[in-house]
Design a protein around this ligand. Structure first.
Ligand code: AHR
Length: 485
């Protein structure tokens, strides 16, 4: 059996893991909002029409931040249609939907409050003006005495929302976006919206559209607007291409990591010249058997079953590995959002009858969000020349815990050993694997779940375990490393 050894040292630090890498995303798409988050007709609806079962499951994921309202949806979105007593239905060309606008900005803010998450609002800069951005800002954040702030108050929201984080458009490099433009045009436009927002709120944090696939785009955009920008957004889709075997699919995380490293290079290049640090925001990581087919032949309706993908054990490994990828780049990646949250390529699924269930990816999300907090450590590794193991180690000095997140992408079990001087006691060891790689969770049962993993820790603090083939694993160890200096 292949043996892989990690030697960990609390001095070999990558960086503090940002809590915001455990973010979510609620786009007006399919049954994400209507029939997912919001369903006044559901037996589980609360007094605001929000599904209680969904809120409970979202809270357990402990998402500090949630992106809203799109996505591609944002390109023709007018946020004003979704506030106040008169709601205007509108066509959404991005997803061929009829948008009733009964759930809008104020409903999202109320839901976010109940879900213990804070908003990351995407602004339609592709097709709307700087003045529109100012109006949105006033509606959300200005206390009183202007047309838009008083409209918020008249709508029953006396206190401003204090929204601090904004995305300047969505994927405006993409041919699929209504409003696509060149890097220079986008950079110039983003600069003006960013300048305005920084004048209105110097402490706001602004995210500009970047792409992991085109460093020329990233560098050009940053050259135009980087002086006002805090983060470069990267979106990527993970999908099982027909020509790929399982290992090829699982290795898509390596391909993303390579592009991420190149994008970090673009941020560093900007910093070297302009002295301003730009962090990375992976504000859409998407596990999607990619299908952008629109439905022009069908009627315009809302709350349709769109992108409701079932996830197998392989997707649990992709999700788990991606969190490890964010840990491995904790010095730069300070925000990430799983796209999306409910029903649409999502960890949580619902039925109209009030049933809900957790998909395979829910569990790595929940456990990593709970325990992947602290300092990311860089292991000295031997025996992993073929890259079967992909993982990360996070040391939480306050809690006195070291947590290992380990994905075995090979089909054979791995003998895994870890040395860490501060190790004292094994707190928990879990694995997710399943013999049937096409099995999925459903309303009839959550068969893909973490289960105990046999592991042993000796008196010298050395850990030993066997990681099953095609598995995601988490091991928590009590440590007595000193508090950070
Ligand atoms: O998450 C689904 C879609 O994928 C989003 O609308 C878009 O931003 C991305 O390309």
């Amino acid at each position: 059996m292949q043996t892989i050894i990690w030697i960990l040292n609390s001095e070999r630090q990558i960086g503090e893991v940002s809590r915001d890498v455990y973010g979510g995303f609620v786009e007006h798409l399919g049954r994400n909002v209507y029939g997912g988050v919001y369903d006044p007709a559901s037996a589980t609806a609360d007094e605001d029409g929000f599904r209680r079962d969904v809120l409970d499951l979202i809270r357990r994921l402990d998402m500090p931040i949630t992106r809203y309202p799109g996505g591609c949806y944002v390109d023709t979105c007018c946020w004003e249609d979704g506030v106040g007593p008169v709601r205007k239905a509108k066509l959404d060309p991005a997803w061929h939907q009829l948008e009733p606008n009964t759930f809008g900005l104020d409903e999202f803010m109320r839901w976010a409050d109940k879900a213990n998450t804070r908003p990351l609002i995407t602004i339609n800069i592709g097709n709307r003006s700087v003045i529109d951005t100012q109006n949105l800002y006033e509606y959300c954040n200005f206390p009183r005495g202007t047309y838009w702030s008083d409209m918020r108050r008249a709508n029953g929201h006396e206190e401003p929302y204090h929204i601090r984080e904004w995305c300047l458009g969505n994927e405006l490099y993409g041919s699929w976006e209504v409003g696509q433009m060149s890097a220079a045009d986008y950079g110039r436009l983003a600069r003006e919206h960013a300048k305005l927002l920084k004048k209105l709120d110097p402490e706001c944090r602004l995210i500009v559209c970047g792409t992991p696939d085109d460093q020329e785009w990233n560098r050009t955009v940053l050259d135009f607007c980087g002086e006002y920008i805090d983060k470069l957004s990267l979106h990527d889709v993970f999908f099982h291409a027909p020509e790929q075997d399982e290992r090829g699919y699982l290795n898509s995380v390596d391909r993303f990591e390579k592009k991420l490293t190149e994008s970090i290079g673009s941020c560093h290049a900007f910093e070297a010249v302009h002295g301003r640090r730009i962090a990375v925001s992976v504000d859409e990581w998407i596990i999607w058997d990619f299908d952008r087919r629109m439905r022009p032949e069908e009627e315009w309706t809302s709350g349709m079953h769109l992108l409701e993908q079932d996830y197998t054990i392989l997707e649990a490994l992709i999700a788990g590995s991606l969190f490890s990828c964010f840990h491995r780049h904790a010095d730069t990646v300070d925000l990430a959002c799983l796209a999306q949250s409910v029903n649409v390529i999502a960890p949580i699924r619902t039925e109209p009858d009030g049933t809900s269930w957790r998909q395979s990816i829910y569990f790595p999300f929940e456990l990593t969000s709970r325990y992947g907090r602290g300092l990311s450590l860089e292991p000295e590794e031997t025996g992993n020349e073929d890259g079967s193991l992909y993982g990360s180690a996070v040391l939480n000095r306050e809690a006195g815990e070291l947590t290992l997140f380990l994905t075995n992408r090979g089909s054979e079990p791995l003998d895994f050993q870890m040395e860490f001087g501060g190790s004292r006691r094994l707190l928990e060891s879990l694995t997710m694997n399943h013999a049937d790689h096409s099995a999925v969770n459903s309303p009839r049962g959550e068969i893909l779940q973490p289960e105990p993993l046999a592991a042993a820790l000796d008196d010298a603090g050395n850990l030993r375990t066997q990681l099953p083939g095609i598995s995601w694993n988490m091991l928590r160890i009590k440590t007595d490393v000193p508090e950070a200096r």
